[in-house]
Design a protein around this ligand. Structure first.
Ligand SMILES: Nc1ncnc2c1ncn2[C@@H]1O[C@H](COP(=O)(O)OP(=O)(O)OP(=O)(O)O)[C@@H](O)[C@H]1O
Ligand SMILES: [Mg+2]
Ligand SMILES: [Zn+2]
Length: 234
């Protein structure tokens, strides 16, 4: 994107400042907090992966997924702004190929459409990005800080990463910071809470239960076509 994004309120030139010609002083525009939040979120992964870009409630495969679960997700999306403001999240738990990532992407899509800053990562990808950040100018803490302040953090396939003390520490730190600041998380995982505790630790899971409520269950046969490579989120 070239140049400045337009002012969300049509007041300033997109700089986030309003200049008073008479006194030649600048003051913050109403859009300034939004501009700052967007700038901080910019280099996080905020795009819906191509496979899920066209997901919609009235389209297949969502129309084929367990209706009570889809209804819960629809309700969450209808009030996405309120839910994010209150730090309420959601988690989808179950077997492979049952629509968990598909439904989670509907939530991220709703958040993005509501102009909320959103970061979307698969768990293995998130850990890779954190490891790489150690050697960057921003550093690991800088990246963790940005992950802590997006309105919605979507982590796909939690528990899919090989567990090491370092991984457990990072995931705890991310979840705990968001827990303390009451910021929302959306998670998909193949593991029920008890099993997940083994993988990512009891303290992390206990916070997720408080933030996300009861996991929405999606069990059954794998709907992923056998010839389709499992690509999910990069
Ligand atoms: N209930 C369903 N009926 C038909 N097709 C479905 C259903 N759920 C998912 N699919 C299809 O199966 C594939 C996998 O869906 P999705 O990525 O949402 O699964 P998942 O539950 O996240 O699986 P995993 O645990 O392996 O990540 C997609 O191609 C999707 O279109
Ligand atoms: Mg998935
Ligand atoms: Zn403005």
């Amino acid at each position: 994107m070239d140049g400045l994004a337009p002012c969300a309120f049509g007041i300033c030139d997109g700089s986030g400042f309003v200049v008073d010609e008479a006194t030649n002083t600048a003051s913050d525009c109403r859009c300034r907090p939004l501009q700052l939040a967007n700038a901080r979120a910019r280099s996080l992964e905020a795009r819906i992966p191509r496979k899920y870009r066209d997901v919609a409630f009235d389209r297949w495969p969502v129309t084929a997924i367990s209706p009570p679960v889809v209804d819960e997700v629809r309700r969450f999306c209808h009030r996405v702004g309120e839910n994010l403001d209150e730090g309420r999240g959601m988690w989808l738990v179950g077997d492979s190929g049952t629509g968990k990532t598909t439904l989670a992407m509907l939530v991220s899509k709703a958040a993005i459409e509501a102009k909320r800053t959103t970061a979307i990562y698969s768990m293995p990808r998130l850990m890779a990005v954190l490891r790489e950040a150690i050697d960057t100018e921003e550093g690991l803490l800088g990246l963790l800080d940005r992950l802590a302040t997006v309105d919605l953090l979507h982590i796909d396939d939690l528990g899919a990463e090989h567990r090491t003390d370092w991984v457990l520490e990072q995931i705890y730190s991310i979840v705990n910071t968001r827990y303390e600041d009451q910021r929302s998380i959306v998670i998909t995982t193949n593991n029920m809470p008890a099993e997940l505790e083994e993988q990512i630790g009891r303290r992390t899971v206990s916070r997720l239960i408080e933030m996300c409520g009861d996991p929405l269950p999606l069990f059954g046969t794998d709907n992923r076509q056998e010839y389709q490579p499992d690509r999910d989120v990069a």
